[in-house]
Structure formats: C-alpha cells, structure tokens
Ligand binder design. Structure first.
Ligand code: SF4
Length: 362
C-alpha cells in the first residue's frame, strides 16, 4: 500500500529515472567567497574563502561523504549544491544540466530532485505546525497530487521512516530528537528526490540514537535508490555508509578516495590525523595506532595560509609546502591526494590494487 502511493507521486514528478552508477552530479572549480564589507559605503575589504575550488562527481546510488573540522566549508558546499547559496565561481551540473546560476523560478521543479536534511531537527521543524502539515508541505508547495490524498501519503511516509502514522496530528515538541530527525527525513522523502544532501544529520542527536538514524538513511537508500552527499565532521560517523569520502580542509578537498582506501591507507597527513582520533573498538589494534594531536586551530578562511593550506599544522611540512600548492592528483586508482609528501605510499606497491570501492554494508 505504501509503495503504491509513493510510486504514484514519483510517476508524476520524475520524467526519467537515471540508472545506478551513472553520473548524477558534477562539480568543477566550485567557489564561494563571502565578502567582508566596511565603512559607510560598505566597500569590500576582504573575502571569507569558505569554498575555494572543489572538483568532484557523484554517481547515482552512491554516498559521497564530505568530512572536515568546522569551518572547512563542508556545510557551505552542501548549500551550494542545493542552491540555497549562489556560487562565486565554478560549475554545478545536475543530470547534465548546468544549475550553477539557475534562477529561483527555474530551480523550483528541481527542488523535487535535490533535497536537504538539516543538522538540527529542533530548529528545522516549525513548532506551530503538526507533523501532518510539515511532512505534507512539499506536496502542497509543489502542487503534487496523490492517489489517496495527502494525509494518506504522509502517513505512509511516517511509516517508512519508522514513526507511528497515528501521530499525524501531533506537534514536533511531542517527539524525541531522533524522532524529529525522522520527521525531517520523511519531509525530505515526500517528493522522492534523486539527490539528498544530508548536513550532519546526526550530530545534534544523542550518541545512542545516532546509529539508528544513520542505519535508517542506509536502509532508505537501498530501498529507494537514493543518492547521498553526506556532510560530517567526524570520520567515524560516516564510515559504514560511505562509498567514497572527500576530506576537506579550509575550503579545499585534500583527499578523495573510496571508503576502504581512505580508512585503511590514508595518504594526506590531515586525514591521518583525523583518523588517529577515531576510537578503535578492537583493543589489540588500539595499541598499534598513535594519536596525532594537531597543533593550533584551523587558520581563518579570511586569510588562509599560502600554498598548502595545511602547512601551519603539518608535522611533515617543508619549504616547498609553503611556496607551492600541491595539486589534487590520483596517487592510486580512484585515490586523489593534494600533498607533496603523502603518507602510506609504500603500501600501494605492496597491497594488491583491487576494486577501490566496495559495496555498502546492507
Ligand atoms: Fe603537509 Fe606539505 Fe603535504 Fe601540506 S603538502 S600536507 S604541508 S606534507
């Protein structure tokens, strides 16, 4: 019954279903600089380089995670992809269509295909609206008709995300944090989007609930062939749901690789440091890994360090790192790194080069 209504909605909203493994999103040279203005005339005196030249693609059905400390530009990237922000430079191509500077009006039908899950389930739901109104809003806004009415479609969505459909008339404050995030996910799924940008979907939740919501997103992906760009500040959160991971530092991607390659043999010193902070459940392996504590804070994106932006905190930095920016290049099949002196390079010659990406755990 649930699938019947959702299929009806999908039939009305999606003209052609892209096939799994096909490129759905291509980003090149993406930039977002926020101007800093001063004085009576509001002259621009500087710019915060939140995102500074990103290149990546996302294929249908995969999960690409963007990971980095706060201030690295990952959330800004998510907002650029969903066109909640206007890019300063570069290009965003969704399903072969350039949407970089698409108008709000032209973007409207595209909102069905590209949706966002927000970080904070408390502030992203209107406290004065019932769950039925909140989850049913996309149907009304996009003027989408459903076979058996909006109420029925909403109840089926609630069931899909593990909530009681009888709670249709309740208000957000009557739910726990995890349940509110489920409401947000149900609203996101209403129009069966092809691409979902999930901005730290579990970071505001209790640790005991985080795994449940991540598993729900994983299950929904398998069931509905969803494509995710998952944003997280912690590599451990996205480990089991990512197909590929892009590590960001000060507005740039410093490493982009398949999940196994990135977690087993990270090459960029920053990724190595981030991974050294991830707890290992196996006590035998725990002793073998040394925790790397990075010195200082992330420099200001107002005035990022020249050349390699990580050189002020990198224990391997040499003169060339301060004068020449390392390009993001393939050091192994599907494994891109931006570093003059990468780690774990020897491991590549020893380890058999198999498929870089492995299927997501079901
Ligand atoms: Fe460190 Fe140099 Fe590599 Fe930058 S380029 S991460 S400073 S070794």
């Amino acid at each position: 019954m649930r699938d019947e209504t959702l299929t009806t909605v999908q039939d009305q909203t999606a003209p052609a279903e892209p096939r799994l493994g096909e490129e759905i999103l291509a980003v090149s040279g993406l930039q977002k600089h926020f101007p800093v203005r001063k004085g009576l005339l509001q002259r621009q005196v500087a710019a915060v380089q939140a995102v500074d030249g990103l290149d990546f693609t996302v294929t249908m059905g995969e999960t690409l995670s963007l990971v980095g400390e706060s201030g690295c530009g990952k959330t800004t990237t998510g907002r650029l992809l969903t066109r909640l922000l206007e890019p300063t430079g570069g290009k965003i191509v969704f399903e072969g269509r350039d949407i970089t500077h698409i108008s709000l009006r032209a973007m409207r039908p595209l909102r069905r295909d590209v949706q966002m899950i927000f970080q904070d389930p408390y502030s992203s739901l209107n406290p004065r609206h019932t769950v039925g109104t909140i989850v049913g809003a996309p149907f009304r806004l996009q003027k989408v008709k459903t076979d058996h009415g909006i109420k029925r479609a909403v109840q089926e969505l609630l069931e899909l995300v593990g909530l009681n459909p009888e709670h249709y008339n309740r208000y957000p404050h009557e739910f726990s944090g995890g349940q509110r995030q489920r409401i947000g996910i149900a609203r996101t799924l209403a129009l069966r989007p092809k691409l979902i940008v999930a901005d730290e979907p579990v970071s505001a939740l209790d640790v005991s609930i985080q795994a449940q919501v991540i598993n729900l997103l994983d299950d929904l992906q398998n069931e509905l062939n969803l494509t995710y760009v998952m944003i997280a500040h912690d590599l451990s959160v996205v480990r089991h749901v990512s197909d590929r991971v892009a590590v960001m530092y000060l507005g740039k991607i410093v490493e982009l690789a398949g999940r196994t390659a990135l977690y087993e043999r990270p090459m960029h010193p920053y990724t190595v440091a981030l991974l050294s902070a991830v707890p290992i459940p196996d006590p035998e392996r725990r002793t073998k890994r040394e925790r790397i504590r990075l010195q200082g804070d992330v420099p200001s994106p107002l005035n990022p360090p020249p050349a390699c932006r990580f050189h002020t905190r990198c224990w391997k930095a040499q003169e060339v790192c301060r004068t020449e920016e390392p390009p993001l290049v393939d050091l192994a099949p599907g494994h891109k790194v931006a570093c003059h002196f990468p780690e774990n390079q020897e491991a590549i010659t020893v380890l058999p080069v198999g498929p870089v990406e492995e299927p997501v755990d079901s």
